[in-house]
Design a protein. Structure first.
Length: 128
């Protein structure tokens, strides 16, 4: 009878251990690896690509209405503001350098979005 209890106890401990040791990833590519092949790096434009990245990741704190209260007075809602902050944006989303990593208290934005930002900056930050 003691062996049966020991076996059941070990089984329960093993199940709970596996449940509590599971991994969590903030990164979209880690969760859905097949999506990474859909990254469009050929048609990177400000009006579609960059604004979409900012809308999905930045505007909750860095829109014109929230920048003063939540975004350290850094608004990124128009082309001129984004160009002026482009070096800080790319450094902060890559989580490199002395600039605060963004998004604040969140994971990293997708590798695709970082690549698209880099491409846009390298191609001269066109307002297209």
């Amino acid at each position: 009878m003691n062996m049966k209890r020991l076996f059941i106890s070990l089984a329960i401990i093993t199940i709970f251990s596996l449940f509590f040791v599971s991994c969590y990833y903030d990164n979209e590519e880690a969760l859905y690896p097949t999506l990474s092949s859909a990254c469009d790096t050929n048609n990177v434009t400000f009006s579609i690509t960059i604004v979409t990245i900012l809308n999905n990741n930045c505007y909750s704190c860095h829109s014109n209405t929230t920048a003063a209260s939540q975004g350290n007075n850094i608004a990124l809602q128009n082309y001129t503001d984004v160009v002026a902050q482009s070096a800080q944006i790319t450094t902060s989303v890559k989580h490199t350098g002395s600039i605060s990593p963004m998004p604040k208290n969140g994971g990293s934005i997708s590798a695709c979005s970082i690549t698209q930002l880099d491409i846009w900056v390298r191609k001269g930050m066109l307002n297209n």
